[in-house]
Design a protein. Structure first.
Length: 256
């Protein structure tokens, strides 16, 4: 899909790919109960401009940033929907975006990570090091991390842009990574979830609850949530105790 939709739910705008409903998960703090509510939304805006599928998005400072298979990054005004800037430079689709300290970080199938000025769209640098598609990145504190189909996770210094450490993921690839406190949580193509120490890169724990690739990780209310091609969504505490196993999708779950 090559358009973006902004919907309104009780005056709170949410950014979505085209859809008919949202699922709201309530009471995650109470580990003894979980309420699921499906609510309908009204369309607020449709943002069109990409020439191919939109693969990722993020938001910051009243701006929406989108990455596409058309090799571009677009920056939109959240309130008006106006296209503010188009960033070019990647040679393949953009699979992951992050915004941090006024910078945009982008990960691409062209095996590179690029860092841009959010305000001007100026390219600051291009980081090489991965040997295959870069599917995911995350940033926190003075470090950012990237995950690739080359079966590695790389840890970088945000200020100097130097590569600090390479974590091999054995014979599988990490599709999604997230920094949680002082750890890296990674979702792998064999369905495992692994946790590494952010400073040393040492593996701390490994669990395999999903039956297919883990595609997305999110953090909310002291919990983290994983989605998978096995059609399930799972909710965990930070000790990797499985709290809820949500089933109902008829196909792979790509994002949460």
């Amino acid at each position: 899909m090559d358009e973006l939709r902004v919907v309104n739910k009780k005056k709170k705008e949410l950014i979505l790919a085209p859809t008919t409903a949202l699922i709201k998960v309530d009471n995650l703090v109470n580990e003894n109960s979980l309420n699921l509510t499906v609510f309908n939304c009204t369309l607020s805006k449709t943002l069109s401009g990409h020439d191919s599928d939109i693969l990722c998005l993020t938001a910051s400072d009243n701006k929406i940033i989108t990455g596409s298979q058309d090799k571009t990054i677009k920056i939109w005004d959240f309130k008006t929907g106006k296209l503010l800037n188009t960033l070019t430079g990647h040679n393949s689709g953009i699979y992951s975006l992050a915004v941090y300290k006024g910078k945009i970080l982008s990960a691409s199938a062209d095996r590179t990570i690029k860092i841009w000025e959010l305000a001007t769209g100026k390219l600051i640098c291009t980081l090489l090091g991965h040997n295959n598609h870069v599917y995911s990145l995350d940033v926190a504190g003075d470090k950012f991390i990237s995950a690739s189909l080359d079966k590695t996770i790389k840890i970088w210094d945000f200020e100097t842009k130097k590569l600090l450490k390479v974590i091999p993921t054995a014979n599988v690839s990490a599709f999604t990574v997230k920094i949680i406190d002082d750890t890296i949580v990674g979702g792998l193509s064999d369905g495992t979830i692994k946790v590494w120490d952010l400073d040393s890169g040492n593996l701390l724990v490994s669990y395999q609850e999903h039956e297919d690739s883990v595609t997305s990780i999110a953090v909310s209310n002291g919990k983290f949530i994983t989605a998978s091609k096995d059609r399930t969504v799972k909710i965990w505490n930070f000790n990797l105790d499985l709290l809820y196993d949500l089933r109902g999708h008829k196909g792979p779950v790509w994002s949460i």
